[in-house]
Design a protein around this ligand. Structure first.
Ligand SMILES: [Zn+2]
Length: 243
């Protein structure tokens, strides 16, 4: 049940046709596992918290560094050295005190992934390397939790909605390559793609609109163009062939 104060807080979205109180209550019961509280995690978490997603699990092992602050807007100069998940929790709870936030100071591994993501309705990939993304992909496939994958570099980004067997998994179209050195990122580019992840998350949890299933969206900020390509399952994919 929503309190009168929550109804006031969400007033400007409750009036959207097809949103309303029943959808808001559904969102309040939803649990999202967010891997990474950095460049993509910042806009994503701001908008999930503001929209009233009731349970957010934040997973990141890293601490706030001065070089994060061009894009990781959940954090601040006076939080340098703090765990990102703790800094993120402080910021988000100030925006919306009606939601549960669980900070997890850990790196996702094959050993802890199932336990950490347990009971989640959705996984959102806000990671910065492909090694950890493939760990997240494997648990998403095994435990049948849909995953919104995204990545960002310089002025570009990509995003898709994964839920095998209806869609490919990450391993169907991206090999387990090692990430190369420093990834340079325009802060606002992470803002664009992380915000798109928030829109996809809210639509999926609410049950309206259509997600980026079987479509990989590329955004080029320099050309200011969006392009969507069809992606298909790889029938020989070692991760999802039995999904
Ligand atoms: Zn696959």
């Amino acid at each position: 049940m929503l309190t009168p104060e929550e109804i006031q807080l969400y007033a400007r979205q409750l009036g959207i046709p097809s949103w309303g109180i029943p959808v808001q209550e559904k969102l309040k019961k939803s649990k999202v596992f967010v891997a990474g509280s950095g460049g993509l995690g910042s806009p994503l978490l701001y908008y999930l918290a503001a929209a009233g997603i009731g349970k957010l699990v934040l997973c990141d092992y890293d601490r706030v560094d001065i070089s994060n602050l061009n894009r990781q807007t959940l954090h601040a100069y006076d939080r340098i050295g703090e765990y990102k998940v703790d800094s993120a929790e402080k910021t988000l709870i100030r925006m919306n005190p009606f939601i549960d936030i669980t900070p997890v100071r850990a790196r996702i591994t094959n050993r802890n992934a199932a336990r950490l993501t347990g009971e989640a309705d959705l996984i959102v990939d806000c990671l910065d390397n492909f090694q950890d993304r493939h760990v997240l992909n494997t648990v998403s496939v095994r435990n049948r939790i849909p995953m919104i994958h995204a990545g960002v570099s310089e002025f570009r980004g990509q995003i898709t909605f994964l839920n095998p067997p209806e869609t490919p998994c990450l391993a169907c179209f991206i090999s387990e390559k090692k990430s190369r050195g420093v990834n340079y990122i325009a802060g606002a580019a992470a803002g664009v793609i992380g915000s798109l992840q928030a829109v996809e998350s809210i639509k999926y949890l609410a049950g309206f609109g259509s997600t980026l299933k079987n479509r990989l969206l590329f955004w080029d900020g320099l050309a200011m163009s969006f392009e969507t390509v069809r992606i298909k399952r790889n029938p020989k994919c070692a991760v999802c062939k039995n999904a």
